[in-house]
Write a protein that binds this ligand. Sequence first.
Ligand SMILES: [Zn+2]
Ligand SMILES: [Zn+2]
Length: 163
Amino acid sequence: MGFPLDLSTLGSAFLFGTTLFGAFLVALWVSLVFWAYRDSRTRTQDRLLRVLAALLALVLGPLGVLVYLVLRPARTLEEVYQAALEEEALLAEIEARTACPGCGNRTSSDWQLCPTCHTRLRRPCSRCGKLMELPWKICPHCATPAPGTRLETVPVENGKPVD
Ligand SMILES: [Zn+2]
Ligand SMILES: [Zn+2]
């Protein structure tokens, strides 16, 4: 009895397997290069840096991608843009909150009126004396309704205001 498989069949099977594995490696390598280039495109507008990222993946493969992952900018351009927008909106909100509605000058949150144009900004609570915003109908500190506010407009249940 001979071998169940002769050597040439074994050899071609080995060759087939090796070729398949090689093709897989090449595909993996190429996709790493594409991935590094695409990822760098979302993080930097510098063309040179993008090419460097792709080169790193091309020359060093998985190791290059590892190096790229360590060195790449932490935030994508989209995230940087969103953060800038949020910061701008926050600043505008703070600006609007501290600006006097009468003259636009900056005011402080503990002022009753604007020192420049004498616009009323806040009023003291009739009971505890703490400052209330003008639209507030009830004092948030001691729960006393503002003078002139009818109690029916401030729903109260068990002594606590409800909304
Ligand atoms: Zn003013
Ligand atoms: Zn009060």
